[in-house]
Design a protein around this ligand. Structure first.
Ligand code: PAF
Length: 301
């Protein structure tokens, strides 16, 4: 017998929404006491397929999946988009339910940063480069909130996106330097069909800005193609990428860099796999993207 047209109901698991850090800590303690492992995906909400891919990775790594949703004020500098940062809690909760998230930790800023708060985590070197050069307080805010989330959620494993490559490096370094007993996993960049790296900030783009936004991923692809055709000189690769980006209206380059993927220090020639990272303003929207440039000889060796 062939059965057609059977519609299976969408199963949405119940989700616990926890607002207070003391409640989250108590739950984490109880879960650990029961021998459960915890995976954390930290987010600032306005979730998209990139976040969901991190949740799917994390889901398979532990018994309990916690997603935190907190727009962290300490990682925004003066004049940045903290107040305007897109938010849609109901939609985020639905998406988390669809991914089988067990706990959504959604605290208020006043609960996370209590009156008198004055302790920050900052790294000496990695934050100097790339985004840190134009966003001087950003990685101090990221390292601080991630440390706090680790102390509150007590995860065994935490998953971060590779689109924020520098952030991932900062967190890995911090975890190693501070002897935090947490496994850090990086999830691959998820792109729209046209190549645009997924970002909550893409919501700011209007339809006429979209082609300009695509110049980021196109310039990364172009650099890899030039490298494969024999151009290893970093200055020349950066010049070509900048030319492509600036050929679109409303673009302004924050940085285009090709650097050592471990230290983030600039290099002069691409003879080994190197990180190419860029930050570009399209209108008022600041977008980032990156790729690993792989010279042909190291791809085959
Ligand atoms: O990548 C982000 O969304 C944020 O920087 C993070 C890691 C959630 C910290 O606020």
């Amino acid at each position: 017998m062939i059965v057609t047209g059977v519609i299976f109901p969408v199963r949405e698991a119940p989700i616990d929404i926890i607002a207070l850090k003391s409640d989250m800590q108590a739950r984490a303690n109880s879960l650990r006491h029961q021998g459960k492992t915890i995976a954390l995906v930290p987010t600032m909400g306005y979730l998209h397929e990139g976040h969901l891919s991190l949740m799917r990775l994390a889901r398979d790594m532990a018994d309990i999946l916690v997603v935190s949703l907190f727009v962290n004020p300490t990682q925004f500098g003066p004049g940045e988009d903290l107040a305007a940062y897109p938010r849609n809690f109901d939609h985020d909760r639905e998406l988390c339910m669809g991914e089988g998230v067990d706990i959504l930790f959604h605290p208020e800023a006043g609960n996370i940063y209590e009156p008198g708060f004055q302790t920050f985590i900052s790294l000496e070197k990695l934050p100097v480069y790339l985004c840190g050069a134009s966003r001087p307080v950003h990685f101090r805010g990221v390292a601080t909130i991630v440390t706090k989330l680790f102390n509150i959620v007590k995860p065994h494993v935490a998953v971060f996106g590779q689109k924020d490559y520098q952030q991932l490096m900062v967190i890995r370094r911090m975890v190693q330097d501070m002897d935090m007993d947490i496994r850090i996993v990086g999830g691959p960049i998820v792109r729209e069909a046209d190549g645009l790296a997924m970002s909550s900030r893409n919501a700011y783009l209007n339809s006429s800005q979209r082609p300009a936004a695509l110049s980021l991923s196109r310039s990364l692809q172009q650099a890899q193609a030039l490298l494969e055709s024999g151009q290893t000189d970093v200055a020349a690769l950066i010049a070509s990428a900048s030319h492509l980006i600036l050929s679109f209206p409303e673009t302004a380059i924050d940085y285009v860099a090709i650097c050592d993927p471990d230290t983030l220090e600039n290099i002069k020639a691409v003879t080994l796999p190197a990180l190419m990272a860029l930050a570009v303003r399209v209108g008022k929207t600041r977008l980032i993207d990156n790729t690993m440039l792989v010279p042909p000889q190291s791809a085959t060796s």
